[in-house]
Structure formats: C-alpha cells, structure tokens
Design a protein around this ligand. Structure first.
Ligand code: AMP
Ligand code: MG
Length: 493
C-alpha cells in the first residue's frame, strides 16, 4: 500500500486504446488501482522471471523485480494489451531491493515511452504516472550519499512484456520443455499470423520457429532504425531490456544526441566502455539477437538457418540505414557507390564540428538548391554549437558537399515544397531532450508542474512546428553540457 497516491500524468490515447473512459480515469478507484492499492476487476497480478546479458556478461536470473503485471485488458475489440505497474513494490524477483521507483526516473519513463510512440518508434506505452506520497532511499551517484526521494509508479502498457531474457533463462537452466512451451505460447499470443499459418498446415513446426525468429529480427530492425533516424540512445541495451515484440523498453539512462557524436552515451556506468553508445547500437542489437538465437537453438536445432537470419539482419540494416539517411535528406537511392559517398560526406560535416543533429536535418528541408543567396553553410551554421569554430576550411567542405547534394536534388527532388513535406515527416522538430526533462523535474520539485504538462503536450506532435513550443526546439544550452540528469545519467532509479 502507498500512503497518498496522486495522479500526475495520464495518457488519454492509451486510455482510449484500453477502452477506459474519462470518468473511469478520473475516479478514485482508478487512482488506487494505478497506485497498486486496489485491483482492477478480474485482475490476477503476477511477476515473471527472466535472465540476461548485462554489459556483455551473463548475469543470471533477474526478473520483474519491481514490475507487477496486472493482466490483460478486457476489451475484446482491440488487440490485447497488458498492464504493468513499475515501482509498486517488491516481487519474488526483487533480489533484496525495495521494488519501488523514484519520481525523476518515472517521469522520464512516462514521457519517453509516449514520445517514442508519437515519433513513430515502436515502444511500450505509459498509461499513468502516480506519485505515492512515500519516499524512496537512493544513492543516485553510487558514491555513498543516499538520500530520500519521492516515489512514483508508472503503469506501462504493451501487448506483451516478454523479453529476450525470458527465453535465455530457460535455456541457461536447461529447462528445454519450458523453453518450448514459452516459445509456443509467445507465437500463439503475440504472432497470430504465424500461428495461423502453422495451424492451417502451411508451415511445419521447425519452419514456424525459424520464420518467427526472422520476424523478431525484422521488427527489432524497425525499432533500431527509428533510434538511428532520430538520434536515440537507449543507454542499457542488455538482453533483458530487449522486447520480443521489437518495442523499446526500460527507459533508464537514455538520451537523444544533441550534437552528432556516434560515440556518445548518457549512461555514466558505461562512460569508459561506451558499449551502448549511439553508433554501436546496430552491432549491439545484432549481438543481442545472437544471444536470443543461442537460447532458441536447443529447440530449433538448425544453427545454419538462425545464422542466416542474423547475417540477413546485418545486410538489411545496412541497406535500410542507407535508404533512411537518403530519405532524411529528401533523396531516393541511386547507386550504392554514389549514395555511400554522399552519406559519408554528410557524416563528415556532422562530426567535424559540434553540429546539432535535430536542428541540422530540420533546417536542411529549407535548403533551396536553385537559390544562391542562402548557402548550405548558412544552414549548417544555425545548428553549430560553436559558431566561432566554423572556419573557411569547414565552409569549403560544406560547399563541396552542397554541390553534389544540389545535383541530386535537381534530378530527384526538384520540387522543394514536396521535398520539405517528406523531410519534415522524418526529421522531428521536437525531441524530449534530457535537458528539457531535467528542467521540468527540477521545476516540479519547486511545485511548478506547468513544464511537465507542456512537454507531455509537445511530444505528441514532434513533427509539427508549434509556436507555443518554439523554446523547446533549441540546441542544448551550455549549462546542460556536463550536468547530471542531462548528459550524464546513472542507472539509479
Ligand atoms: P533495470 O536496470 O531497471 O533493468 O533492472 C535490472 C533488474 O533489477 C530487473 O530485474 C529489475 O526488475 C530489478 N530492479 C531494479 N531496480 C529494482 C528495485 N528498486 N526493486 C526491485 N528490483 C529492481
Ligand atoms: Mg531492465
């Protein structure tokens, strides 16, 4: 039981998916359910065990230590959704921890899962954020200075919360019958099309499993491309944080790139290894898929078929990333050599000086290759963190790239307005940058909740400029460059 639950945030769109009316969501009963003090009708709460590789090493059994599943939503007309309270107290898998969560990390989880959804990136959703009225003891920087912080509970929503680690733990413990049962259950409940093909006799069991793994690779790839398109860094890509449905899950020390730096990670635990840095995510996601394949192998048996899918993942990623980068600059594929050369030039511009990724791509849509009065260098300048560093040499390399780019625009996308529309639909103007969330959290501590609600509103239309939110479309301010909560986040939550 928590002592004084208060509803801080509610996602109207998630409530709608679940068939929860406005009246129900404003009732005391709903609040008490979202705080874990009461149960929704018919709910039989449970927690699950899973394992995982953390930072490249097998970590043994983990599990829903502080996540309590409430069960599936009862509305038959929608795809089934599971509700899960994160921070509602200990479970059999808490391993001595308190099962609670602090407000700052719960705000980050709620806002980011919603932000990802509206960016078009597969993610778990968040229905509600409730403050508990109880405090939680946390050592935020793992430096011996533990402090009491306000506690909170997020209600996460997803068709399934099954992770790679659920399968891994069965395999590692040699529980092969259970492993196969979990595979069959997952396919039947979360991959209904595949299940139907098998039931109809179109594919045998062996091919069903291989087709299933191929589909997991494909949906995971879609999620990864979303991250790479928007500059998202998950921060803790352990195999226990990989959803079997290709959903972004477990929002801890995440962030979006401000200036484009592939080696950047916001996670202080990873500050020396950079294992989970932005640019390494494709390699790490593939490594995680390898671990899943290893876990499934004892049941599937066909090593070569699984390896083929893993190789296909890498080749597909390469192709799709190239096409995605071209689309971000308003172009279509031409030839691999020419496309690669153009993208390499773009990467050089983005990395040579500290250039804000989001502002650069958004501004690029306004480039008019037939006009001489606004050069591409002028556009780049807007996105730079240190305009003084933009010397003649850099200007020259931007201009060189601009002439190759302009030629492509002339042949592939001469209509500037149509191109801008396409580009604006891929390049967000609003990102839930860490410094914004941090500012909202700090204001909230002083009793001002306005920025929290503004961010919640702004993130719902990340591709549409809204003058009301113009102050959110800015580069990371200098004060946030090395500040905890902005560029550096710990796993403490
Ligand atoms: P995370 O780093 O949040 O993905 O957590 C790793 C594992 O530790 C998961 O099994 C969590 O459920 C568990 N865990 C993290 N924090 C807590 C907590 N405060 N109480 C209980 N279990 C936790
Ligand atoms: Mg986790």
């Amino acid at each position: 039981m928590v002592s004084d639950p208060q509803l801080l945030l509610l996602s109207a769109s998630v409530a709608k998916i679940l068939g929860f009316s406005r009246e129900f969501c404003s009732s005391e009963h709903f609040l008490r359910c979202m705080a874990g003090n009461e149960l929704l009708p018919g709910s039989k709460p449970y927690a699950t065990r899973y394992g995982g590789h953390q930072f490249g090493h097998w970590a043994g059994q983990l599990g829903d230590g502080r996540a309590i599943n409430l069960g599936e939503s009862g509305k038959a007309s929608v795809d089934t959704q599971n509700l899960q309270l994160k921070g509602a107290g200990p479970t059999p898998y808490s391993r001595g921890a308190d099962g609670r969560a602090v407000l700052r990390s719960s705000v980050r989880e709620f806002l980011c899962s919603e932000a990802m959804h509206f960016l078009g990136i597969p993610s778990t959703r968040a229905l509600s954020l409730v403050t508990t009225g109880d405090s939680v003891l946390r050592d935020m920087f793992y430096d011996g200075n533990a402090a009491e912080e306000p506690g909170a509970i997020v209600c996460r929503v997803a068709p399934s919360f099954t992770r790679f680690g659920h399968f891994q733990l069965c395999a590692m413990k040699g529980e092969l019958q259970l492993l196969q049962q979990l595979m069959d259950f997952t396919i039947a409940s979360d991959f209904p099309d595949l299940h139907a093909r098998h039931k109809a006799g179109e594919i045998d069991r062996q091919n069903l499993y291989i087709a299933w793994f191929a589909q997991i690779c494909q949906i995971t790839l879609t999620m990864l491309l979303g991250w790479m398109r928007t500059g998202f860094v998950h921060g803790v890509l352990n195999t226990d944080n990989m959803s079997i449905l290709g959903l972004t899950i477990d929002y801890g020390p995440y962030g979006w790139l401000d200036h484009f730096d592939p080696s950047w990670t916001p996670n202080t635990t990873d500050a020396t290894m950079h294992r989970y840095a932005f640019g390494r995510q494709p390699e790490i996601v593939q490594w995680n898929l390898y671990q899943l394949a290893n876990a499934l192998l004892p049941v599937i048996g066909d090593k070569e078929a699984l390896e083929k899918e893993l190789v296909r993942f890498a080749t597909h990623y390469e192709q799709m990333w190239r096409d995605m980068m071209l689309a971000k600059i308003g172009l279509e594929p031409l030839s691999v050599e020419e496309d690669d050369a153009l993208i390499a030039g773009l990467m050089q511009i983005l990395t040579e000086r500290e250039t804000d990724m989001t502002i650069f791509f958004r501004r690029l849509a306004g480039y008019e290759h037939r006009r001489n009065d606004i050069t591409l260098a002028d556009i780049v300048e807007d996105a730079l963190y240190d305009v003084q560093a933009f010397d003649a040499l850099q200007r020259q390399s931007v201009n060189n790239w601009a002439s190759a780019y302009s030629q492509r625009l002339e042949s592939q996308a001469p209509d500037k307005d149509a191109r801008k529309l396409r580009m604006d639909a891929l390049n967000p103007c609003f990102l839930l940058r860490n410094y914004l969330t941090q500012e909202a959290i700090e204001r909230m501590a002083e009793g001002d909740f306005s920025m929290l609600h503004e961010l919640h509103e702004a993130l719902q239309k990340p591709y549409e400029e809204n003058p009301r939110f113009a102050r959110f479309y800015k580069k990371r301010p200098d004060w946030a460059r090395h500040k905890a909560g902005c560029s550096m986040l710990s796993c403490s939550s």
